[in-house]
Each structure stands twice: as C-alpha cells, then as structure tokens.
Design a protein around this ligand. Structure first.
Ligand SMILES: [Zn+2]
Length: 156
C-alpha cells in the first residue's frame, strides 16, 4: 500500500465501506457523492496505479469489463438519457472510474458534471441539490446491486 493514498485505504477492506455497491475481484463499486445524478457510482481499482498503461493486459481488460458492467447495471436500474464514463485522477492518482448517469432534467446536460460540483464547494444550497435525497441512497445501492446480480449471474 502506498502511504496516504485514500483509495488504497478504501479498497484495503471493502466491507468497511459504508456505501459499497459491489465487489469484483479486481475492483469495488461504491455509491458516488452526487446523487442528483441518480445511480452515480465510483469504481475503485483494488491495486495502486495511476494509468491504465501500468496494468497487465489481463487486469486492464478485467477493469474495463468491470466498469462496463457497472455502467450497464446503472443504465438498467435508472434508464438515464446518457452515461458518462470518466477516469481523471488529477486529484487522486489511483485509478477509478466515475460512472455518471445523466438525465433530461439536468440543467447542465451538455457539460460534464464538474462545473456544478466545483461551484457546490462555495454554495451549500447547490451542494444539497447535487447530493440528492439522502433517504434514497440505500435504495439506489440496492437497485444497482440487483442489476449487477442479474448481469453477473447471466455470465456464470
Ligand atoms: Zn492508491
């Protein structure tokens, strides 16, 4: 484990994660903070590394497959207008995918979500709106999980 990498800490013991959605052998999905984008998940690689090019071919394919499957589960659960797939790592250079469903009522529908998220740092009302309804978070996790159960069992 690399010292002080928050994602190494999080993935070291996925059962300690309060909003764990799914455990794959190579990655774990957790619920994303901004649930105005209902179903938003973050998929964390269970190894430290910043770039896809650092992975073995097998791990890279597996990680991309985990990402696609998680995105598909979100699509099936919530029928968004569009999925956004983003791996940035500028702030935390440990590979993780932001899987963000986008909906027709989104006021910034043509832009990535990071503008509003940035503005939310200085705007508590906007932050509350972007976080979504707290009481729905458990149900959101369950709905994505149910789809992942179906998708993974179809493959077995
Ligand atoms: Zn790390």
């Amino acid at each position: 484990m690399t010292t002080a990498c928050p994602l190494c800490e999080k993935t070291a013991d996925p059962n300690q994660l309060s909003e764990l959605v799914w455990e794959f052998p190579l990655s774990v999905a957790v619920l994303g903070e901004w649930q105005q984008y209902r179903g938003y998940c973050v998929l964390l690689l269970r190894k430290h590394g910043a770039e896809l090019s650092e992975l073995s071919e097998q791990d890279r394919r597996q990680f991309l497959d985990d990402m696609s499957l998680t995105a598909q589960a979100i699509e099936r659960a919530f029928r968004p207008r569009k999925m956004n797939y983003e791996m940035l790592g500028n702030q935390v250079p440990h590979m993780h995918w932001h899987l963000i469903p986008r909906y027709p009522d989104d006021p910034d529908a043509r832009q990535p979500i990071w503008g509003p998220v940035e503005r939310a740092g200085a705007d508590a009302v906007l932050a509350d709106r972007l976080r979504g309804e707290p009481s729905l978070r458990r149900e959101t996790i369950e709905r994505v999980r149910r789809q992942l159960q179906e998708l993974t069992s179809q493959r077995a």
